[in-house]
Design a protein around this ligand. Structure first.
Ligand code: PLP
Length: 815
């Protein structure tokens, strides 16, 4: 369809007339976006059907990636890129007077996730499709994604993210594929032909209706599916009539309560208000997802004993762990399997990724809630726990302590991570250090019981979105230097190493970075009216706001720089622009207070004529995938400064590296692996190591107050939080931040690492003074970043965990 520009323009204009009855001259940007989107949908429709058909014909093993979050961002640009139509469409639109970038801005940024975990799921889908694997996403179609953030008077204000307000061109409602999901009720037990039968009665049923989004692979017309479920009322018509006559408002309330199941995405730190609703969401995803998975499996007409050979179900963190007891329930109650066979099939089908070591993030549910909402599922969980604990006591008769440590149900709580490990055949961490800590600390007893289940799969990012789409100039320059093979084999970016000291290539890379910085500067000017110096160092920290990610340390360091400039206004300095972007969970008051502090500091720094030519601070509101794509290509310095041992992997770090930023970071998450590849010369390490942090937690010995007393620079910035001066208007404003450090002894070692951090920043200045040296390091970073392509990650999941191979594309089959 879009094979050449003229044909594209012709088809496009014709569609404008036939669908909207308007000419190109009359069309708005939104009209253009809609027509373009529906043209692509139509075009790939056949390939989509072909892909599904060939999976079925060849009885391919299917992978289903179950995740409560998919942070997919915008699809238009990436779909055009993957279809190989980007250039044709860009030029065609240009000739009709439109800029593709402006058209892309019309698309809502599908924010069905909080941060890294949801973005990982999205990168994985892109890699699965692009590598030709039969792998699909299974998630929830939240009516409201993560809130839209506005900064008003320096405070975060949350607005609903009504992303479906306008029609979403990529989804297709599949009402014919809806399934029933059941909550509540009582279990009746009876005997039939010597078999115990469990029947749930008096349950409430609702509909789960799937909306399918095509996931278009790069290059070879492979189209997988992201299936997102939406909750709808399932009252039968006769009852609706009665209900409406009785009480119309009750009826409306009922509908609303059903629809609320797929209404909101929970912020990651919601403190679990609405815990019951969150549990409903999790079961809704698992039950609906499984029914559709098994329906597809049954079309193969194979016995259920072959389920693990044809289906792999992967759970992204513990949120979808209920697939384990739910699959058991279906196999036992509906398919007639005995416990042992059902257990073997289930535990050969499900695999699990752990995403966090933070104890507050390990999911637990009150037993009573689960028992009431999901009575039969709870019975099965109880049985799994009973058998698991029984097996342990048989093996270790005198280890009651071990049993209570690893039990799935303990002290009235259901521990989801324990259920996930016991009920799956593979448990992976998301970076080497994280997996090691899982095995030696948090999940140690499980590792000792099931060492063969544990494995590492370091996270990755799709280089198609984060390099080719976000940074087309850099992508082009790479192709000119080393050809195009790296696009299919990203580790070949290593070929750039030969160019790192080539002056012509260095020049090109420097100019591209400068161009990206100018573009970001224009965006900042437009949004905030602030001019930033494109020759200053763009130093960026963008990610969710969390204590452990230590945005606080960053902004305290900026306050310290401000103090230095005020003390020595005559001193020469390399100008710096500090850029922040971060959403805080609505109930996380400390995090919100740090956002306010960043904005207060920005206001002071940017408006002080003595300072503002040397230092600027910006907080860009509403950090999201599309904003990340604007910011990251313009960064010189990437801040990856979490307290060592806390960041499972990080993926932001990889995006920056791929775009040629140099990292200042701790030895945490995937930074450790970056450092293995880059060495001390090409990144800036600082701070405590994970063992040191663990030691402090275990044996004490850290006193924040002592550091405060001994370092006058630190004392000054901490005092500036609560006493009159440039940053503080009234004592209580930043009292909570002050207390977190001085009263609660600085849980995340901000003061402990401050000196090391400050000195490392000073050494960054020294390198930046030598542009050739800087750009050479930058090229070294790009060259090694191919290792972090999610294509590599997905290939490892495919061979080590899922046991799947790429499928020949549907196109090849038809030929
Ligand atoms: C990559 C990404 C993240 C994760 O960033 P980290 O630095 O790894 O925490 C979060 N949000 C968005 C929008 C992203 O694109």
């Amino acid at each position: 369809m879009f094979y050449n520009k003229e044909l594209f323009k012709f088809t496009f204009k014709e569609q404008l007339v036939s669908r909207l009855g308007i000419s190109v001259e009359e069309a708005t940007a939104e009209d253009i976006y809609k027509i373009l989107g529906s043209l692509i949908r139509e075009y790939i429709g056949r390939e989509w059907a072909n892909t599904n058909f060939s999976y079925k014909e060849q009885k391919e093993k299917q992978v289903y990636y179950f995740s409560m979050e998919f942070l997919i961002g915008r699809l238009l640009g990436n779909n055009l890129l993957n279809l190989g139509m980007l250039k044709t469409v860009r030029e065609g639109l240009q000739e009709m007077g439109w800029n593709l970038e402006d058209i892309e801005e019309q698309e809502p940024d599908a924010g069905l996730g909080n941060g890294g975990l949801g973005r990982l799921a999205a990168c994985f889908l892109d890699s699965l499709a692009s590598l030709g694997y039969a792998g699909h996403g299974c998630g929830i179609r939240y009516k409201y994604g993560l809130f839209e953030q506005k900064i008003i008077n320096g405070h975060q204000v949350e607005l609903p993210d009504d992303w479906l307000q306008k029609e979403y061109v990529w989804e297709e409602r599949r009402a014919d594929k809806r399934v029933e999901v059941r909550f509540w009720g009582n279990v009746e037990v009876s005997e039939e032909n010597g078999r115990t039968i469990f029947k749930t009665v008096n349950y409430e049923k609702i509909w789960a209706v799937p909306y399918d989004v095509p996931i278009i692979g790069y290059g070879d017309s492979h189209v997988n599916t992201l299936r997102l479920w939406s909750a709808e009322s399932a009252m039968d018509p006769s009852r609706i009539k009665v209900e409406v006559q009785n009480n119309y408002y009750n009826f409306l309330n009922y509908n609303r309560s059903v629809e609320s199941i797929s209404e909101f995405l929970y912020p990651d730190d919601s403190g679990y208000e609405g815990k019951l609703l969150r549990l409903k969401q999790q079961y809704f995803l698992c039950s609906a997802g499984l029914q559709s998975v098994l329906r597809t499996f049954e079309k193969l007409k194979l016995p259920y004993s072959e389920l693990p050979e044809k289906v792999a179900i992967h759970i992204n963190d513990t949120h979808p762990t209920l697939v384990i007891p739910e699959l058991m329930r279906i196999l036992i109650d509906d398919k007639g399997f005995g416990w042992d066979e059902a257990w073997e099939l289930t535990t050969r089908t499900v695999s699990y990724t752990n995403h966090t070591l933070l104890s507050e993030a390990l999911e637990k549910w009150p037993v009573k809630m689960v028992r009431d909402l999901l009575p039969r599922v709870y019975m099965i969980i109880e049985e799994i726990n009973k058998r698991f604990c029984g097996m342990l006591l048989k093996r270790f008769p005198d280890r009651q302590d071990l049993v209570s440590q690893v039990a799935i149900i303990e002290s009235g709580q259901l521990k989801m991570a324990h259920l996930a490990i016991v009920g799956s055949y593979s448990v992976n961490g998301v970076a080497k250090i994280h997996t090691e800590l899982l095995k030696t600390n948090v999940m140690k007893p499980f590792y000792e019981l099931f060492p063969e289940r544990f494995n590492n799969k370091t996270n990755g990012i799709t280089h198609r979105r984060w390099l080719m789409h976000a940074n087309p100039e850099l992508s082009e320059a790479i192709c000119e230097a080393i050809g195009t093979d790296w696009i299919k084999h990203p580790h070949q970016l290593l070929g750039l190493k030969t160019f790192k000291d080539d002056p012509a290539f260095q020049d090109k890379i420097m100019n591209i970075k400068r161009g990206n910085k100018l573009r970001l500067a224009a965006y900042i000017k437009e949004k905030q009216g602030i001019s930033v110096d494109p020759d200053s160092i763009f130093d960026v920290q963008v990610k969710r706001l969390h204590g452990y990610k230590r945005q606080l340390m960053n902004i305290l360091h900026v306050m310290h720089l401000y103090n230095e400039i005020k003390d020595h206004p005559e001193a020469d300095r390399i100008p710096r622009t500090f850029i922040f972007g971060a959403k805080a969970a609505p109930g996380y008051y400390l995090a919100k207070s740090i956002i306010k502090l960043i904005n207060v500091v920005a206001n002071v720094v940017n408006n002080d004529p003595q300072v503002s030519s040397k230092l600027k601070v910006l907080f860009l509101e509403n950090y999201s995938v599309s904003l990340a794509e604007k910011i990251i290509p313009a960064a010189n310095v990437s801040e990856q400064i979490s307290t060592a041992g806390k960041e499972a992997s990080g993926t932001g770090n990889m995006k920056f590296m791929m775009n040629g930023a140099l990292t200042i970071g701790t030895l945490d998450g995937a930074n450790v692996e970056m450092h293995e590849m880059l060495g001390d010369d090409n990144m800036f390490l600082f701070g405590l190591r994970a063992e040191e942090v663990l030691n402090y937690y275990q044996y004490g010995g850290y006193l924040a107050r002592e550091v405060y007393k001994q370092d006058p620079r630190i004392k000054r910035v901490i005092d500036q939080l609560v006493s009159p001066g440039p940053f503080c208007c009234h004592e209580r404003e930043f009292g909570m931040i002050y207390q977190s450090i001085m009263e609660h002894n600085d849980e995340f070692f901000v003061l402990r690492d401050f000196d090391s951090y400050t000195r490392t920043h000073a050494s960054i200045d020294q390198v930046y003074l030598k542009p050739q040296e800087w750009v050479s390091k930058s090229i070294e970073n790009i060259a090694h970043s191919g290792n972090f392509s999610s294509d590599c990650t997905i290939n490892r999941y495919a061979t080590d965990i899922w046991d799947i191979r790429p499928v020949r594309s549907s196109l090849h089959i038809r030929k």
